[in-house]
Design a protein around this ligand. Structure first.
Ligand code: UDP
Ligand code: MG
Length: 320
């Protein structure tokens, strides 16, 4: 199969029929062998009933119904697990993304990119609560992950299946898929896409999402930079801290035992002790991290590299 379009759906009853029609109208003429995977994320309205009815007369529709509301990231993840296409496209189920942009994204993959990310160039959301925080977040994410995109939050994206199938998602991480995938060394293109105001149903997010995105950013930064070598980062901080504490403590020791100066009234002593303690703790955390990395990679037989291509490769007997 060429293409799977994964659509997370949570209480979008009034949008589904139009979405269904737009989607098939946009993809039918391409002649691609495709499927539309709708993931009903525990909707409390008639979303599932509508999806089921639409799917009854459209064999290219797949409906995955989750037992409760797990959140957009989990819904997408469920969609990926049920997708068969060589290319996976994600898009919102609220008609804000335009299915007519999908061929553009596919064209980018045709040029050889692994990910084509939509950029809502004229984003149709409220300025103060949505566009402004999103702008700041995008700047920060770009700075920290070094994966330069204008719009991480746009769900409309296209991925090669082998990229998406190797990304494990937790929390609110779906906006970071390109950043996480960059760990495998993927090429990413950006495509300006249409964005429409929400006409029916309610947005599931508000300002409250901002701190969550920041926390996820810390996780992603850690995954990107240190996940395979935690002692290198924690150990380094620990060494510096310990060395500073040691010198400071040495200074006070000399003061006390060589120059016989009293130590009371010298707050620097507390700092020395603190630095020594923190130093030891950082190094210990680094060591624990090293254990974790081994468990993580070896339990899942997860290599620390990603291969693009092998020429004249021969199957080997399994390890061990
Ligand atoms: N969504 C979901 N589960 C949730 C929240 C949202 O599947 O818990 C879906 C929702 O139905 C929509 C998409 O994720 O298709 C994006 O949500 P929304 O339009 O509310 O986000 P916004 O566009 O306002 O950022
Ligand atoms: Mg929306």
């Amino acid at each position: 199969m060429d293409l799977s379009v994964v659509v997370p759906v949570y209480n979008e009853a009034q949008n589904l029929e139009a979405l269904h029609q737009e989607l098939h109208e946009a993809l039918g003429p391409t002649g691609l062998d495709y499927e539309a995977v709708f993931v009903d994320d525990g909707s409390r309205d008639e979303s599932f009933a509508i999806l089921a009815r639409l799917a009854a007369s459209e064999p290219r529709d797949v409906v995955v119904r989750l037992r409760k509301n797990f959140g957009q990231t989990a819904a997408l993840s469920a969609g990926f697990d049920h997708a068969h296409g060589e290319i996976v496209v994600t898009m919102d189920g609220d008609l804000q993304n335009d299915p007519r942009d999908i061929p553009q994204l596919l064209a980018k993959l045709g040029e050889g990119y692994d990910i084509a990310a939509g950029w809502r160039f004229h984003r149709q959301d409220k300025f103060l609560t949505r566009r402004l925080p999103s702008k700041l977040a995008n700047g920060l994410i770009s700075l920290i992950t070094k994966v330069r995109l204008h719009d991480y939050g746009c769900t409309l994206k296209a991925f090669r299946a082998e990229v998406i199938q190797n990304v494990r998602l937790y929390g609110e991480l779906h906006r970071f898929i390109p950043a996480i995938a960059s760990l495998m060394g993927v090429s990413i293109a950006e495509v300006k896409v249409n964005h429409r105001p929400r006409r029916a149903g309610k947005s599931k997010y508000g300002l409250g999402r901002t701190p969550r995105v920041l926390l996820d950013l810390i996780t992603v930064k850690f995954l990107l930079s240190y996940a395979t070598r935690p002692i290198q980062i924690f150990g380094l901080w620990g060494l510096w801290s310990f060395a500073a504490g040691f010198l400071l403590a040495l200074y006070y020791t000399v003061l006390k035992f060589v120059f016989h100066e009293p130590l009371w009234g010298k707050p620097g002593l507390i700092l020395a002790v603190l630095l020594l303690f923190v130093g030891v703790q950082f190094i210990s955390i680094g060591l624990l991290g090293e254990m974790q990395v081994r468990t993580y990679h070896e339990a899942q037989d997860k290599p620390i590299y990603a291969v693009r291509q092998i020429i004249n490769g021969r199957p080997r007997s399994p390890r061990g």
